[in-house]
Design a protein around this ligand. Sequence first.
Ligand code: CS2
Length: 449
Amino acid sequence: MHSAAIPAPVRIVHIGLGAFHRSHQAWYTYHASDAAQWGIASFSGRRPDAAETLAAQDGLYTVVQRSGSGDTFELVTSIVEAVDGADLQRLMELVAAPETAVVTLTITEAAYAQYETNGVGLEASTPLGRLVLALAARREAGAGPIAVVSCDNLADNGQVTRKAVLALAAWPAGQAGPFAGLADWIDGNVSFVSTSVDRITPRTTTSDLELVAEACGYRDAAAVITEPFHNWVLSGSFPAGRPHWEDAGAVFVDDIEPYENRKLWLLNGAHSILAYSGKFRGHETVAEALSDGVCRAAVEEFWDEAARHLPASLMIRDYRLALLERFGNGRIAHHLAQIAMDGTTKLRMRALPVLNAERAAGRPGDGAARMISAWMAYLSSAEEFQDPRAAEIRAALALEGRKRTIALMALVKPELAADADLVTQISSLQAALITSPTADFSPFDQAAR
Ligand code: CS2
């Protein structure tokens, strides 16, 4: 355990201080052998709450690793400063400091699409807007190259971040001042690292906090509960250095795509199927949904399709077995409602690549299509839902039958709605789900897997 008495100097700036940041990037940094050199200044997202809570306890918090058989507790000291995300001044100051070498992001999948779909420009209220303003400050200060590391569940997240940041930096093009030539400077000086991140971290509950108080003898309002499993694959350069994250198991690779696809399709894809079909069938948690044969069959059906487009060298069978065990950990109450959020963005990453690959190979891709159908069935029955395109979803839900299906499909991707065969396929899968919600729509032989 590192000493909490002398905080490490800030060399990493994080945007998106939430439970996952605390159980993943901050935890890896804490476990690096050179942790004493790498302090994190972590900025909250939309609300200041997480930063206020953590700042009140000097950035210290407990990671509870919860396995099927018990809990272990660890005090993590890598976050040395917790700041309200709205404090743009402090963000600019820290990113402009030459000692700062890395900016990590957990800003949700939806944050990357927003500037495209909503035409959002360079605004200090959005996480990427804040990042661009901070990078402008770094250029102004002559502090040199830096790495930006997206830790959100998007394929090719480094490139997606790069494109979004460059587009935003060029937004005020032609204006004088700090933005002239900014996109060119970013292009030449900022390394956008791609990553695949993995650690199931449900939202902490009040009873979790009580348990920490009882077990550790102190009150920690910022504790996180997470599974023992953790994985971080990174690809890209760090021009100003980085912690030895490999000491905690991080892996650096040249070609990240197969790892990203394996994680996004098999873990996150299955999560989305469990969330939508599970909520529709009255379940609350991942473990509950997985124990329902109907939901489980839908997951296996999708996995069979996805596996055809993943390299065998990635040990897909073992990965699937490990996922069943992780999802089945009933001591982790991972709520389906949390996963069900932001479906329009998540389905684009999780269902469409497999659907397209299956159709390109001349097969229907029912497993991937069923994920989209389950989302629609869930929306039709949900009392409330969260999505960046909630207003348009509500307008679509006011329509009937095929029209409703087309309108919802268009929100995932407009091209989908123009494909009459696909509309028919998704409509009939949805009808099957709605008219016979208890039927086992894809029987499978568990022992054969
Ligand atoms: C989940 C992920 O909420 C979701 O969409 O699928 O947060 C998932 O738990 C993590 O990616 C696991 O690493």
